[in-house]
Design a protein around this ligand. Structure first.
Ligand code: NAD
Ligand code: DAU
Length: 340
């Protein structure tokens, strides 16, 4: 039986990581009501939540985290936790135009903090990124206590949001937690990000754009390993703390793409070097030993195993990819929810 007094308010739950979190959470906590508050921007895809859409402990509210009245109406008093995934998340888009990033990532986070305090929410878990630390030197690892040094407009907006979260803890005594995750991959990722884009292009024998020399390093983590860590942070994290979540395995983009082509049986000639991303960070590498030490978490899915299962998922869900690329997924809300 779902208890209304046990609820969790998740923002951005129709996106890639948020939808994995909600699918896991709804399955693991049948008594808890999971409210998914999502503006359904281009990155929000309700097809990602088809498996939970009709369950009694899941509810969707379409709304913008910058809209105070909408958040006030949707967030229950005394709810157990707010988990803030909602964000503009794509670096390339932030280079084209940063305005939406400042609005959602900074103002939206502050709006949530104000209302969570007013509603006496239990905990506030804010999802941040390893990009706030900026580019690491070879062999350098980003730890929780290092100074922040963001490079892209996206990373700068995520850094500003973190500061607002810490300020709310310091000033008002709110119970906040911050996680910084490295590059996630897995099913249901919007095909603008490197791995889903490369998999879908490889499946169609199309060129795969490699920015610059392709020697940039990213620390890949399977999204299910990430959400397992998030559950632990939420239940056992110490108030006010930041926890890093990474794959412990930074890899060069070109090396990742070569393995991907090997698995899909496509030639390396598909790799096409294109103009580099402006201000492209060279290396991200998060040290997640604190999360291991305090919460007993470490990644369990090896990159090769995770990449194989992810490629198999995209091969089995070619229609999902097509609808994501064509924009057809945007009419899903109207099709499923009209008349409700
Ligand atoms: P995503 O782009 O797939 O999804 C973002 C979701 O937020 C979408 O459902 C979108 O509709 C929603 N949203 C956007 N603006 C909103 C607004 N104003 N109000 C309400 N909802 C809004 O993002 P993702 O890759 O799932 O990332 C989730 C979070 O994790 C983000 O905060 C991102 O910065 C962070 N993060 C992502 C990664 C990664 O590798 N994907 C790594 C580290 C951190
Ligand atoms: O590190 C965590 C971050 O990872 C998250 O905070 C962001 O939300 C998420 O988008 C991701 O950012 P990146 O910029 O690292 O991800 P992206 O998939 O866009 O790019 C991964 C790497 O691949 C990066 O070095 C740029 C390169 N790239 C990307 C694309 C889309 C290419 O070479 N070709 C491409 O077409």
């Amino acid at each position: 039986m779902v208890r209304k007094d046990m609820s969790i308010f998740v923002t951005g739950g129709a996106g890639f990581i948020g939808s994995q979190f909600i699918r896991d959470r709804v399955a693991q906590n049948p008594d808890e009501l999971v409210i998914n508050f999502d503006a359904l921007t281009y990155a929000g895809n309700l097809e990602n939540l088809e498996s939970v859409a009709n369950l009694p402990n899941y509810r969707l509210v379409k709304g913008d985290i910058c809209d105070e009245q909408a958040v006030l109406a949707a967030m229950p008093d005394d709810c157990g936790a707010v988990v803030n995934f909602a964000a503009e998340s794509h670096v390339d888009r932030s280079i084209l135009s940063a305005k939406e990033f400042v609005k959602t990532n900074v103002l939206g986070t502050q709006t949530l903090l104000n209302i969570a305090r007013h509603k006496r929410v239990g905990r506030f878990l804010h999802i941040s990124t390893d990009e706030v630390g900026g580019s690491m030197e070879p062999n350098q690892w980003f730890t929780e206590d290092m100074p922040l040094n963001p490079s892209s407009p996206y990373a700068a907006s995520k850094t500003a949001a973190e500061h607002m979260v810490r300020a709310a803890a310091h000033t008002f005594g709110m119970d906040v937690l911050i996680t910084r995750t490295s590059n996630n991959y897995g099913p249901y990722q919007f095909p603008e990000k490197l791995l889903p884009l490369a998999i879908s292009n490889a499946m169609q024998g199309k060129p795969i754009p490699v920015y610059g020399d392709g020697l940039q390093e990213r620390d890949w983590i399977h999204v299910a390993d990430n959400t397992r860590a998030l559950m632990l942070v939420l239940s056992k994290g110490r108030p006010g703390e930041t926890y890093h979540i990474g794959g412990k395995n930074p890899l060069r983009n070109l090396d990742v793409l070569k393995v991907l082509l090997q698995i899909t049986g496509q030639p390396e000639s598909l790799l096409t070097h294109v103009t580099d991303r402006l201000g492209h960070d060279r290396r991200y590498a998060v040290d997640c030993s604190k999360t291991h030490r305090e919460l007993g978490w470490q990644p369990e899915i090896s990159f090769e195993e995770g990449l194989r299962s992810t490629i198999a998922w995209y091969q089995d869900h070619a229609e999902w990819v097509e609808r994501a690329k064509s924009g057809e997924y945007k009419t899903y809300y109207e099709r499923m929810y009209s008349g409700r």
